[in-house]
Design a protein around this ligand. Structure first.
Ligand SMILES: [Fe+2]
Length: 175
């Protein structure tokens, strides 16, 4: 396996570390923890949107049911993108449902199902805004220490902001 150019120690190190080089400036273990915490809120968000999608049967708002479904699919995609990065950094995406629920509860996130469509949209808006804050804070903290994580987080943040804007626009029209 080793060549003259690379000592076997260097090759071993490369195999162990994969894409993480000495230029990676973040604390990977800490980043993994933060990504797992965010991912737990994405899974809760998925469950909440799906619940709202099941319950939104009003003939007055067929568009809302579709909107809940679209958002749910995107929340699951966010969870998947976070999991992919956790794996790349040498971590394990949390898969114990109790641990996922506990991590989300730690930051005040649990799926809710309001009595009316408007209540549900408010719940979704509050959750999206909570996530916007969490993503923004982590992106700022990571700075230039881990570009790929930062890039992924910014992409997810952009979609999260879009969701929040859509939900707020719906609620403004209802007033
Ligand atoms: Fe999301």
């Amino acid at each position: 396996m080793s060549t003259q150019k690379n000592s076997s120690g260097e090759v071993q190190q490369a195999i162990m570390k994969g894409a993480i080089t000495r230029e990676y400036r973040a604390d990977a273990r800490q980043v993994i923890q933060r990504l797992n915490a965010l991912r737990s809120t994405e899974i809760m968000s998925y469950l909440q949107y799906m619940q709202h999608q099941y319950m939104a049967v009003s003939l007055l708002s067929p568009a809302l049911k579709t909107e809940f479904q679209t958002h749910a699919t995107q929340e699951l995609d966010h969870a998947n993108r976070l999991a992919e990065r956790i794996q790349q950094l040498g971590g394990t995406p949390i898969y114990d449902p109790k641990e996922i629920a506990a991590k989300a509860a730690n930051v005040g996130v649990a799926p809710e199902q309001g009595a009316t469509l408007t209540d549900m949209v408010v719940e979704d808006l509050m959750l999206e805004r909570q996530q916007i804050e969490a993503y923004t804070a982590l992106i700022r903290e990571i700075g230039d220490q881990d570009f790929v994580t930062r890039h992924m987080l910014i992409a997810v943040l952009a979609e999260t902001e879009k969701h929040a804007n859509e939900l707020a626009a719906y609620l403004k029209r209802r007033k």
